[in-house]
Ligand binder design. Sequence first.
Ligand code: G6P
Length: 612
Amino acid sequence: MCGIVAYVGQKEAYPIILKGLKRLEYRGYDSAGVALLDEKGLNVYKKQGKVAELEEHLIGKALPAHIGIGHTRWATHGEPSDRNAHPHMSKSGKLAMIHNGIIENYAQLKQDLIKKGYVFKSDTDTEVLLNFIEDIWINNNCELEEAVRIALKRVVGAYVIVLLDADQPDTLIAARKGSPLVIGIGKGEHFLASDASPIIEYTKEVVYVNDYELAILKPDELILKNLGNEKITPFVQKLDMELAAIEKGGFDHFMIKEIFEQSETIYDCLRGRLDAEKGTIKMSGVENNMERFIHAQRIIMVACGTSWHAGLVAEYIFEELCRIPVEVEYASEFRYRNPVIHKGDIIMAISQSGETADTLVAIEKAKEQGAIIFGILNVVGSSIARASHAGAYTHAGPEIGVASTKAFTAQLTVLTMVALRIAIEKKTITHDRYMHLLNELHEVPAKVEATLKLSESIKAVAAKYADAKDMLYLGRGYNFPVALEGALKLKEISYIHAEGYPAAEMKHGPIALVDETLPVVFVATKDSYHEKIVSNMQEIKARKGKVIAVITEGDEVITGLADDVIAIPEADELIAPIISVIPMQLLAYYIGVLKGYDVDKPRNLAKSVTVE
Ligand code: G6P
């Protein structure tokens, strides 16, 4: 949550920071601000609302600074407002700071500071941490970086902070624990950001800062230290990302661009790994740990949000193909209870961003108890990637729309390949079924392409139901998690209350909601439960509910029964979710757009949830 950008160098800092903040808005967008230091001094400008409002506010202002920090906020402590927006200024007015994370012991620190005469202008934990640093700085009469180090040793929580000192016009000080931070190395300039997207057009040389590290940046110098004041050699990496990947490319929104990218991203995910003709799947992360997988007593999928739904589909797939018991856990629950973890249990951490705080802490906890961590991740070099023993990347490219789409289908693709690779080695699948499923996977990009061609008819369905107050999503077997995902997408984007349910479980409660005003979306592609789900559909129709059904092409039975059908290409039931989820994404997208909402930045949400 919260995006941070900072610059020090020869160029004007404000345009670089502003552009960077726009790229990071997916991380939070309830207020934004910048602090700029020039010959006339340190100035802070901040505004409630999106980055565009800050931009508007600053139009026509001379902002000649060559050093500055910027922030786009997702509120934790204190409502979204101008005064709670970052950067915050210290009591003396000499320091400005931005922060991403949560300082858990801020209340105690605040009380101590109030006793010393500090007065706070905001409700944030950030202003407390900043003044805590300043207090140490003044009392110890030390260097600012020393004060930061002392303060951070006493702080509980997660943070990336960046400080600007009015008396050091060429220096930025940053530190990280638990939230992401990337340094970009340019010629006579340095950049700092929550991810590489604000940096990519200036340099491809980056350093990912680790937990408990402090960075001191000047135009020509980068010093990295640990909290013990020992220097660390920065590990410089080359960014493997193109600018085009993070721009809208002619689409109205990132979300629809990313939905339409899916035939390509799934292809990228399969490329170099799956050879359907030869019958091979190459995944070094799996191969290097094959013995562990073969003897695993249990796999625990740990994830949040949409990634958790991918874990649910994977539960069905792994149990079917590999005969390994699977549990699927919400990371936020898993980390706080006392789960039974045996040495050798495999934890699969599924995460698009690789930065979700609950997932990160959950795997660290499991690691301490001897579990092997296997990451299914999209962002290379992310915190969860670095905390994992092994894994497989999803190669979906940067996902910017807050509601996850292409990351989900890429996760399913990778998870299916992992399961197949283990199953053939473990001999829990017949050769014929293995070859059949490889072929099916190979055909997914083309079937996704065909499904995307239905977008206009899905738009028409969306128009019909856009005024619904509630919606129910039902599915069985492999399509049950798809129903959950469909309901989640609708809630996120259109603010319509929606619930996903196993179709048969519906009669134990949700059926009471059914009347002629309730649209019910069935994910009812041809599978082994087909007749059963047709019966569930009858039950809804008998109570005058409206049925929208996602079906397999040529399914006359449901076509005759449902009010609206979306017919998608036939696929094996195990593979079907990768395709059947696409109409769910499109339906939510079009309803959200019709209702006039900002689908890329739905209210109250953030893409990367780096607070617990
Ligand atoms: C947020 C996003 C969701 C995402 C979830 C988990 O809630 O809005 O789209 O599914 O976090 O994120 P992750 O990056 O761990 O997959």
